[in-house]
Design a protein around this ligand. Sequence first.
Ligand SMILES: NC(=O)c1ccc[n+]([C@@H]2O[C@H](COP(=O)([O-])OP(=O)(O)OC[C@H]3O[C@@H](n4cnc5c(N)ncnc54)[C@H](OP(=O)(O)O)[C@@H]3O)[C@@H](O)[C@H]2O)c1
Length: 227
Amino acid sequence: MTHHIAVVGGTGPQGRGLAYRFALAGHTVVIGSRSAERAAEKAEEISTRAADNGATVRLDGATNADAAAAADVVVLAVPWDGYDALVADLAPALDAKIVISCVNPLGFDAAGPYGLTLAESAAEGTQKAVPGARVVGAFHHLAALSLWKTPDPLSHEDVLVCGDDAEAKDLVADLARTVTGHRGIDAGALRIARQLEPFTAVLINVNKRYKVRSGLHLAGLPDDARA
Ligand SMILES: NC(=O)c1ccc[n+]([C@@H]2O[C@H](COP(=O)([O-])OP(=O)(O)OC[C@H]3O[C@@H](n4cnc5c(N)ncnc54)[C@H](OP(=O)(O)O)[C@@H]3O)[C@@H](O)[C@H]2O)c1
């Protein structure tokens, strides 16, 4: 099944990488930005990259609000700073939609990255701000560069998916195939985003220490968990 996916903040590396993968998989994708012009330029860049890999994709650019309003699935790929204000602005366009948050509220100091101590995760905050949205947390642990560097499936990685709407979570677990080639892993209720979001700080530390782009792969799952 193909979807009409808006990537809010799709001009950044994470949104660009996810948009590229979704478009290659045949979804209709709209890059969102605060500037329609920047969004159009990024859509062009992604289309060109897809063409270089022999693929023709359906990709466009628009303001965040226009992109979200036209989509059935909206990915929020913006920084934590300013996130609440953006979600409040976009609330009418997010209502009743499947909304995926990959946002990691992290702080950085001399000792490196760390998860901010918050009363709730970014994903839960989104759900509270837009009660009619079907919010799912996913794609927190994929490095932007890994998404963009090749079109090949990241088959050694898992996408951990959390949410309170079983149908929406199932759809997003399936969408994870576009990145890894296999289903995302059901990690639990939306509140589990409180654990998933800050874990990215661990990966960033590992990346720095070993000069890699690390990801997550769970051991001990049954064969059909990723089918
Ligand atoms: N980078 C990664 O490897 C990675 C991996 C996993 C998860 N994530 C998460 O994904 C999200 C996006 O990451 P990123 O590295 O792509 O971020 P980014 O480059 O800092 O920002 C993405 C886009 O968000 C828009 N933006 C910036 N400040 C904004 C504000 N105050 N209000 C509204 N829009 C704003 C900008 O687009 P316009 O100026 O065009 O509007 C920007 O291009 C983050 O929450 C991050 O934690 C990132």
